[in-house]
Structure formats: C-alpha cells, structure tokens
Design a protein around this ligand. Structure first.
Ligand SMILES: [Zn+2]
Length: 397
C-alpha cells in the first residue's frame, strides 16, 4: 500500500472576523496519504515528501451532466445551425448521430482529458439511446470510460434524447440496461412524449426492474415543467426511489412564484432529489434558495460544443463563479460555501468556519490550486495545478 507525505500544503483553518469582514485563515502543514485515504496532518517536518510549495488543497470536482457522445469537441470548429427549436435539433440528429460515431472515441477521450485537467474525478455522462443509434454510443462511451477508472469514477446515463415514448426507445433503453448502463435517463415527458404520467411510469418501471437511479432532464418551462417535476416527486415516493433521482436543468424553477417555489423545494428536499444545473446565465434557477431549503444541487456543463450549443468550457470553477456572480455572493463565507455545489457537498470549512475536510476518513481525491482560499479560487477563477484521485496524482499542469 502506498504511503507518502505532501509537504508545505496549505489548508483552510478557520474564519477570522475583522470589523464585519471575514477572512479565511490558512496554515502551511504536511499531510500523509496512506493507500487511497488521508491519514494524518502534522506540522512537524516529516522528512521526505512531495513539496506542494504552499498550494491550497481542496476537494476534487464532480461533473454532473455532460453529453460525451455527440460532440464537436476535439474536431474542426462547428457552430450551431440557426433558428432551430428542440424538434429541429432532433431532426438534425437523424443524420448527425451516424456521421459523428466514427469520431466519437477520440472526441470522448478529449472531453474526459479536459475534465480531468479541470479538476474532476467524477463524471455523470449522458449518451443517446434511441432507434437512430441504438446502443452504439452507449457502448463506445462505456468502453472509453472504462480506460479511465484509474483517474475517475463515472456513471453512464442511457439517455432517450428523442423521447422515450415518442421515439419508441423503450426496447433500446432496456438493451442499454442489459448491457450495464448505470442510470435510467429521461427527458421532457410533456414536451416530447406529450404524456407525462405514462412516460414517467415507463422510466421508473425500468429503473425498478434494473434497480438503477434515474436522471431526467426537464427543459419544460412554467406550469408544464412544474407539473412534470411534481409527477417525478410522486413517482419517487411511489417507487421508494428517495435519494436516487436527479432532475437536470429544471428550467421551470426559474421565475416561478414564491409559493410554488417553496412548495416544490420542500418536496424535492423531503424526497432527496438532486437538481443538476448548468447555470444558464440568462435565467439561472434559484440555486442558493434550493440549497437553503435542503435540496441537493449539482453542476454540469451539459455540452462543450455540439449542435445544441457551442459555449461549454468544461471549467467548473468558472461555473461556481457564475453562481456566485448571478446571486451576488461576494463575501468570503458565501463564496467559499459555493464550492459544495461541485464537490457533492464537501467544503473545507463549514459556514461557521470549522474545518470539515480533510479528515483521516476521507478519500484522498483532491486538487492543488494556487490560491489563498476557496473564495479566491472561485472569484478569481484560478486554474488548478494538480489533481489526485484516490491518493494518486492523475494530472499536473
Ligand atoms: Zn443534457
């Protein structure tokens, strides 16, 4: 079992209050890694070790929603065709998916490499499963992700992009489950399938049959989106799927009246449903409100560049900065706490300034950054200099 010291590493230690303003206090110390875990923090010189030169140690990141199959990333520049709605985009996929398949292995690899270089050690990845491409994208994605299991963990979502019922994708989804897909995906049961209850019923039945979590993307707006969200809550309750359901995008949460927001937040929290957001700058969903209401929030890019959008960066630090900026979280504590949306809830300090991470029970998946605090990292969008996965260095700038 490997055992070594990281020397001269900066750890957040607490909050120092000065006339109303809070500063993050840090210490330069040494931390021992044994196997895949942190084992010991010691101020005395341990002798041999890796010199971290005062860099800040922070938890590694999680990407919660990324389409790794039908991407232009890593290929020649392509912008999106103008003026197409969702149905227009789906029409494009009839020729696009088979065209993109030969380039998929290389491009998928490039997305994964980019995400590792940006500090991620977990990816929740989507890939199309439908009558056009069958499970070919799924199989290709799986094969490639499997070659990275020494660098990250992943969950691969079988995603019926063309509508589970609308495109008769159920047999292909079942095939993907037989082939080992980790998560049952779903999308817009009202907008695409035009039958919220039966679409969700089929999704949850499949999930129950194969004992898999569910990840449904809702681009439905206003009352339709809210209706679908409530029906997802109903099914989560009925199937006992608490803690195993994610709703992606959830755009209907943006701009709804305070009473409805309070009611749906309470349900999402009680049922432990995660909301995954790409932080749409033009109309972000109320992430801090959801968090305070006890709803789990995760962040994802959705796409880097594909026929839907061309603006993704793979930089989750930037996304955290966008959250802070959209919701005017400019003080040290709020900025530092934003980190949890990208780490599965982990922050080095809690809101009261008590150290929560790292402890000797924690898996040693972390990044080193050239910053004086989490707050500075997020506000200044600093790059990461190294990434460790289960105690092993997997990226160095
Ligand atoms: Zn998506």
């Amino acid at each position: 079992m490997q055992a070594y010291w990281l020397k001269n590493v900066r750890l957040e230690k607490g909050h120092k209050k000065n006339e109303g303003a809070v500063k993050t206090e840090t210490e330069i110390t040494n931390i021992k890694i044994v196997g895949d875990k942190f084992s010991e923090i010691s101020a005395s010189d341990p002798g041999e070790g890796i010199d971290c030169k005062g860099q800040l140690l922070l938890p590694s990141l999680r990407e919660s929603h990324i389409h790794i199959d039908k991407t232009y990333f890593g290929g020649p520049w392509m912008s999106c065709a103008k003026g197409k709605d969702l149905f227009g985009r789906l029409e494009e996929e009839k020729t696009l998916l088979p065209e993109l398949l030969p380039a998929m292995p290389e491009r998928t690899r490039k997305i994964i490499e980019l995400l590792i270089g940006k500090g991620h050690t977990h990816i929740q990845a989507q890939c199309n499963v439908d009558p056009i491409i069958g499970t070919q994208n799924y199989r290709c994605a799986k094969e490639i992700l499997e070659t990275y299991t020494d660098k990250l963990t992943y969950q691969l979502v079988a995603f019926p992009q063309h509508g589970l019922l609308r495109s008769n994708s159920l047999p292909y989804m079942r095939q993907a489950m037989e082939e080992g897909a980790d998560v049952v995906g779903g999308v817009d049961p009202g907008l695409l399938d035009k039958d919220v209850k039966n679409s969700l019923r089929a999704t949850f039945q499949l999930a129950a049959e194969y004992d898999r979590p569910v990840d449904i993307h809702l681009h439905e707006q206003n009352s339709l989106g809210l209706y679908s969200m409530n029906r997802i809550c109903d099914m989560t309750e009925e199937y006992g799927w608490q803690g195993r359901v994610t709703i992606g995008s959830a755009v209907a949460l943006s701009g709804i009246d305070p009473g409805s927001l309070q009611a749906i937040s309470r349900r999402l929290s009680q049922l432990d449903i995660t909301i995954s957001s790409s932080v749409a700058l033009e109309s972000p969903i109320p992430i801090p409100y959801l968090d305070q209401a006890g709803v789990r929030v995760a962040l994802g890019h959705d796409s880097l560049i594909d026929h839907f959008s061309c603006f993704g960066t793979g930089d989750t630090i930037e996304k955290l900065c966008n959250v802070a900026s959209c919701f005017k979280m400019t003080d040290e504590v709020s900025l530092g706490q934003v980190m949890k949306y990208a780490t599965g809830g982990i922050t080095p300090l809690d809101a009261d300034g008590n150290r929560r991470w790292p402890t000797s029970d924690d898996t040693a998946s972390f990044m080193l950054v050239d910053a004086s605090s989490s707050a500075e990292l997020i506000a200044r969008r600093k790059p990461i200099t190294a990434l460790y996965f289960k105690g092993r260095c997997v990226f160095h700038a």
